[in-house]
Structures are given as structure tokens and as C-alpha cells.
Design a protein around this ligand. Structure first.
Ligand SMILES: [Zn+2]
Length: 153
């Protein structure tokens, strides 16, 4: 699923990427042309002001509350039926796909203990951020379950 988010929704963007969504975040103030030229993306906004333009252009959208990213995330997940399975195939920082890196190439770049205990390392081809499956994976999954439970209650 492809989304376009406002800059202030960057935290929500990170979580959508954990779920495997293709997420772009607008850098800076939103311009009409930027939304229209990416029609294939569902636009997520905190502002009602784009409504008429979005409807007119036939762009799918969701208005979310400004403050609470957990509510934002739940609203988007529920509205678009996004499976809450962590994917970790995309960079949470910039949204590009991750690629497997040879172990000997990462030795200098990760903590020694992590290197010894981890079999596979990934990097983002676009921004070079390193990833590996570790305890943070379980923490993120637990956090997501908590958020979804809370917001449903
Ligand atoms: Zn990246």
C-alpha cells in the first residue's frame, strides 16, 4: 500500500514502514501539485483544508488528529485494513528497500556483540542505515500490539 504523508507525521510514517507500506513523507510545507502528482498514493493529512482538492482529483485520503501518533497509526491501519505483521523490508528512515550485506563488510559498522550474535545484516541502499533482526524487533512488535489494544479499548 502506498502513502503520502505530511512532514509532521514522520513518526507514523516510520511505523507504517515497519508494516511494509511504501511511505513517502513530504519534506516541508504541503503544495497542491505535490499531492496531485502522486495520485497513486493515499494522502494522510492533519488538515481539512485539502479535502475539496483531494475529492476533486479523486485521491484517496484520511484526515488524522494532529497530536497523537498512536491514534494516527491506528486510524490508518483500521481504515485501510493493513495487516499488523512487521515486515522490516524497508528502511524506517527513508522508506527504500533493504538489501542483504555480506557479513565481513559490516564488521566495522556494528557493535562487536551484535556482530557475533547476528547472522544477517541489511543496509538501506539509499541512506546507508544498517539493520539487523534483534531484540528491538520483538520490542517493536510488542509496542504495536499494545498500541492497537489501547486504541480499540
Ligand atoms: Zn534509508
Amino acid at each position: 500500500m502506498k502513502f503520502l504523508l505530511e512532514h509532521n507525521l514522520y513518526k507514523t510514517a516510520r511505523w507504517l514502514r515497519f508494516l511494509g507500506c511504501d511511505v513517502r513523507v513530504i519534506d516541508g510545507p504541503v503544495r497542491k501539485n505535490e499531492i496531485i502528482s502522486q495520485k497513486d498514493r493515499i494522502f494522510i493529512t492533519t488538515s481539512e483544508r485539502w479535502k475539496a482538492i483531494l475529492i476533486d482529483a479523486g485521491i484517496q485520503y484520511q484526515v488524522v488528529p494532529r497530536e497523537n501518533w498512536k491514534i494516527q497509526l491506528c486510524m490508518i491501519i483500521n481504515r485501510f485494513n493493513i495487516p499488523t505483521e512487521l515486515q522490516f523490508d524497508r528502511c524506517s528512515r527513508c522508506g527504500n528497500y533493504l538489501e542483504l550485506v555480506a557479513r565481513d563488510k559490516v564488521k566495522e559498522r556494528v557493535p562487536e556483540k551484535t556482530y557475533e550474535n547476528t547472522g544477517e545484516f541489511y543496509r538501506c541502499a539509499a541512506c546507508d542505515k544498517m539493520y539487523w533482526l534483534g531484540s528491538h524487533h520483538d520490542r517493536i512488535k510488542k509496542r504495536l500490539d499494545e498500541i492497537m489494544d489501547q486504541e480499540h479499548a
